[in-house]
Ligand binder design. Sequence first.
Ligand code: SF4
Ligand code: SF4
Length: 164
Amino acid sequence: MEQTKDAEKIREIQKSAQPCFQCGICAASCPVFRVAPEFNPRIAVDEVIRTGSVEVTGREWSCAYCLMCEERCPMGVALSEILIDIKNLSSQTGKVPPSVIELMDVIRYTGKVSQASSRTEKKRKELGLPVLPKPDVDEIQKIFELTGAADRLTRYREAEVEPE
Ligand code: SF4
Ligand code: SF4
């Protein structure tokens, strides 16, 4: 059943990638590609069109979801959505980079993606901004349990994969 759903999703991804004519504007616009050329959005799309499958390497997790590629794509290819779909498929196979696993853990136990430093807090006070609210960590942990994210985290920890 899971495999049928994956095949359907791959067909959907392939269909949305079809208008791409490999002009490379997405790569030229991508801030991540500029500093980490091993992640190339044009190649990610090409892979889907050529093979009808998704390349699950771990590199797709580098996308910062800035949407610059979509803004500039002359064919309106929803590249960031394609990459999110690839990440979802990749997470089902357990191919999740250690940095993402770490981040999931931080969110699970603190309710934040990062802690505000004392300097930031001081600056906020100087600017008259309110004190940052404390997240309800119990509630967040419950969400992790109920959505299966906690189980996934355990599985990822057991089979931790280095990105290529
Ligand atoms: S900008 Fe659009 S058409 Fe050009 S390579 Fe990227 S996805 Fe394909
Ligand atoms: S959305 Fe992702 S792939 Fe597109 S330009 Fe931004 S970082 Fe690059």
